[in-house]
Design a protein around this ligand. Structure first.
Ligand code: FAD
Length: 392
């Protein structure tokens, strides 16, 4: 009751500030003005309580980027067949079902009925579940389990082409592979909507700008290799079209908004669901750290899916894996806020398991080559304060 009153007062206040010369009177959420004439209702965005004293944690994670894209090769290690499934950059959750299904198809060609999965992040757990669905007996061997894996520290959005490879390596074959992975993952995620605990849901996301959205920003010339951006060209049919909102049609001040739909992963509920499904299907888990591929000789299965993410750099000596640091500031959840924001290179996501604020930098090179995992409090506060500006 109190919250809805506060929200109404806030909407009234914001509306009043905006409508001078734009709307006839002060618009209220039901589409009527205070003077009684009808008007377009302003976007009903519940006010976000963004303040640095509400930060509950700051986490840092490393994206496993490979210039050529994920590794799905098959190799022999002693007596074992190893199918790789690692190196998904900033797209690991998004592509997990599609990528793991390719790895599983390759593992099944060995004819083995018992298969090991090494790693229990986004790629390991989805590989394990898909193997079970194909009738295999599966054991996961991993150093750490969720929530103590890198995957648990991701933003939690459907971002299937985020730092997936360099544009120069996005060959027609790679694009076809990527499109298949993205479409298959997307379809699998549709089957996980509306479940208890909301593991997966759609949200509205608002790109917010102080300048008209039609203004083009001139970027300085960049001689570094460009990252591939495939989503718009190859799978734009999967999401609805964007919609623009001008000044006066929303409560975020004298700004311009563009709304798009985003799929969001509430990673705590989602990984718990995946782990529970795996165990209920009779899956086994062994906590084990491998120091070299030769250590695989110690597991009884002859076929393994290897999904150690950035861990593959040390384990397989894959120096083509580049770390890309990313930091999240988490805040107390606010269930009435169900929209995301992107403003001044800061992203806000309304995750049910803790609001997420993230400085994303000028371009995809932000955090590139940085393996450090020490939280940066200043960066976290800057992210929260930037979004808080919108609610002043
Ligand atoms: C800040 C940030 C935000 C991100 N946001 C998103 C997003 O919104 N959407 C998205 O799709 N992706 C996102 N990503 C990318 C995504 O998190 C990764 O692509 C994904 O987590 C990779 O998963 P993985 O299973 O390969 O690796 P991990 O999650 O790192 O799992 C590796 C597993 O292998 C085990 N392991 C490692 N080494 C060994 C060893 N030697 N012996 C035994 N076990 C070992 C680990 O314990 C773990 O169980 C984000 C990444 C970052 C850093």
């Amino acid at each position: 009751m109190e919250a809805s009153l506060r929200r109404r007062q806030w909407l009234l206040g914001a509306g009043a500030a905006l409508v001078v010369g734009a709307l006839d009177g002060c618009s209220v959420p039901n589409g009527r003005t205070l003077s009684g004439k009808s008007a377009q209702p302003i976007l009903p965005l519940a006010p976000l309580r963004a303040s640095v004293d509400r930060i509950t944690s700051i986490t840092v994670c490393t994206r496993p980027f490979r210039a050529r894209g994920p590794c799905l090769d098959v190799e022999r290690v002693g007596e074992k067949t190893v199918v790789h499934n690692y190196g998904h950059g900033g797209s690991g959750w998004s592509l997990s079902w599609g990528s793991s299904s390719i790895a599983v198809q390759k593992a099944l060609t060995t004819g083995e009925r018992e298969i090991a999965v090494v790693g229990c992040g986004a790629l390991g757990i989805t590989s394990a579940l898909l193997l079970q669905r194909a009738g295999m007996r599966v054991t996961i061997y991993a150093k750490d389990l969720p929530p103590n894996v890198r995957s648990s520290l991701a933003s939690g959005l459907w971002t299937p082409d985020s730092r997936i490879c360099y544009a120069e390596h996005a060959t027609p074959e790679f694009c076809q592979l990527w499109e298949n992975m993205a479409r298959q993952s997307f379809q699998t995620y549709q089957t996980l909507l509306g479940l208890p605990g909301n593991p997966i849901e759609f949200i509205d996301n608002y790109y917010v700008s102080d300048r008209p959205l039609t203004e083009r920003r001139v970027r300085p010339i960049d001689t570094r290799p460009a990252f591939a951006h495939l989503q718009r060209e190859l799978i734009s049919d999967l999401m609805p079209r964007d919609q623009d909102f001008g000044i006066g049609s929303h409560p975020l001040g004298a700004r311009y908004l563009r709304r798009s739909a985003l799929m969001m992963f509430n990673i705590s509920a989602y990984s718990r669901m995946l782990m529970t499904d795996f165990l209920m299907n009779g899956g086994r888990i062994e906590i084990r750290e491998f120091h070299s591929p030769a250590d695989f000789a110690s597991v009884r299965e002859k076929t393994l899916i290897h999904a150690t993410g950035y861990g593959a750099r040390a384990l397989f000596g894959d120096n083509s894996l580049t770390p890309v640091r990313g930091q999240l500031a988490r805040m107390i959840p606010q269930p009435d806020v169900n929209y995301g924001l992107f403003y001044k290179r800061v992203s806000f996501i309304p995750r049910r398991d803790g609001l997420v604020f993230q400085t994303v930098g000028e371009d995809d090179y932000y955090g590139f080559g940085d393996e450090t995992s020490t939280p940066d409090r200043n960066e976290a506060e800057l992210a929260v304060n930037t979004i808080a500006e919108l609610f002043k």
